[in-house]
Design a protein around this ligand. Structure first.
Ligand code: WNU
Length: 152
């Protein structure tokens, strides 16, 4: 069995490798580790569904996901990008206080995501201005690209 300490060290190293979190002080990373859960998905499983309410933020620890979105030009949701280890998603619904704006579909069997709920996300991001400003900016950029592709 893995000890709490070993788990802590493993995630600590991983979170340090995530560009978004790289510069966070050690105690913030420790706090994230204490409050995260790990969810596993199979290929084809929907992790997030466009239009649903969502209260979680995800970081990919293993595997790959695809992002798809409905647009007014096609009947089926269109693939807009793939995300892999160290990438994250689900921040937009939390920051914009809106429903999920795209689908996130598991693209590789045994994909692992670290999941942080809204309260913990707000506590972590809300107390770190640079991170908050960065994410706000990025979410606005996502809204602009949604408009450019005529997302519904
Ligand atoms: C996009 N438009 C929209 C991605 C992840 C993180 C960053 C891009 Cl900082 P949500 C659906 C999630 C959404 C985003 C993610 O899908 N997403 C996009 C787009 O062009 N969403 N509207 N690209 S991947 C990505 C930048 O995380 O958050 O909670 O759920 O709306």
């Amino acid at each position: 069995m893995q000890t709490t300490q070993a788990r802590h060290e493993e995630y600590f190293c991983f979170l340090r490798s995530v560009p978004l979190l790289r510069d966070l002080p050690e105690e913030k990373l420790a706090k994230i580790i204490d409050c995260l859960e790990v969810d596993c998905f199979e290929k084809g499983e929907y992790i997030i569904r466009e239009g649903e309410e969502g209260n979680t933020f995800f970081i990919i620890a293993k595997g790959e996901v695809v992002v798809t979105q409905r647009t007014d030009s096609f009947s089926e949701p269109q693939e807009i990008k793939t995300l892999g280890v160290g990438d994250y998603f689900g921040e937009k619904a939390l920051i914009s206080e809106d429903v999920r704006s795209a689908n996130i579909i598991c693209n590789e069997t045994d994909t692992h995501c670290l999941v942080v709920d809204r309260d913990n996300f707000n506590q972590i991001v809300g107390t770190y201005d640079e991170l908050q400003a960065y994410l706000k900016e990025y979410v606005e950029e996502l809204s602009r690209s949604d408009e450019r592709r005529n997302a519904l």
